[in-house]
Write a protein of this length. Structure first.
Length: 155
C-alpha cells in the first residue's frame, strides 16, 4: 500500500488544496503570458479569451493528473469551468461587500475576496474532475489523449 493511500482523508484534502493553489498560481502566470504575448497582435478581448482557454485547459489537466490523480475525461473537462465561474462571481460579491459595506481598500479587498473564495473553488474543481472517475492509485501523465471511452465517461 502506498504512503498516499494510507494518509487520512483530512491530510489528503489538505495536500490536494495546496496542489490546487500552486497550480492556480502557475495558471495565472500562463494566462498572463499568453495574454500579454497575443495582445501585441490581436484585440485585447481576443487575447484574453485565448489566454483563458489555454490556462483553463492546462489547469484542468494539471489538476486532474496531480491534484486528483485521475485520468481526465471530456465530461470532467466540460464541468471544470464551473469552478472558475463560481470563483469569479463569489469573489466579485465579496469584493463588492468588502468595499461598499466595510469600507476596505479595493486592492486589499480583491486579494481577501480571492483567498476567501478559493476553498469553494477547490471543492467544485475537485468535484468536476473526480465525480464518477475511477482511480486506481497515482496516474502519471502520458502521451495519450484523455480517455473518452464509455468505461471512463458515463455519457
Amino acid at each position: 500500500m502506498s504512503a498516499a493511500a494510507t494518509r487520512n482523508p483530512r491530510s489528503r484534502t489538505l495536500g490536494q488544496f495546496v496542489s490546487f493553489a500552486a497550480i492556480g498560481v502557475a495558471n495565472t502566470a500562463v494566462y498572463y503570458a499568453v495574454y500579454a504575448t497575443l495582445n501585441h497582435w490581436l484585440p485585447y478581448l481576443a487575447a484574453h479569451a485565448l489566454g483563458w482557454t489555454v490556462s483553463i485547459t492546462g489547469s484542468f489537466l494539471l489538476n486532474s493528473y496531480i491534484t486528483c490523480r485521475t485520468r481526465p475525461t471530456w465530461r470532467a473537462f466540460l464541468r471544470y469551468p464551473l469552478s472558475g465561474a463560481v470563483n469569479v462571481v463569489g469573489s466579485g460579491v465579496l469584493l463588492y461587500l468588502a468595499v461598499s459595506l466595510l469600507g476596505m481598500n479595493e486592492d486589499i479587498a480583491a486579494i481577501a475576496a480571492g483567498v476567501l473564495v478559493t476553498p469553494l473553488s477547490f471543492l467544485l474543481a475537485r468535484w468536476a474532475i473526480a465525480a464518477g472517475a475511477v482511480t486506481a492509485g497515482p496516474v502519471a501523465p502520458g502521451p495519450e489523449a484523455p480517455d473518452v471511452s464509455a468505461a471512463a465517461s458515463p455519457w
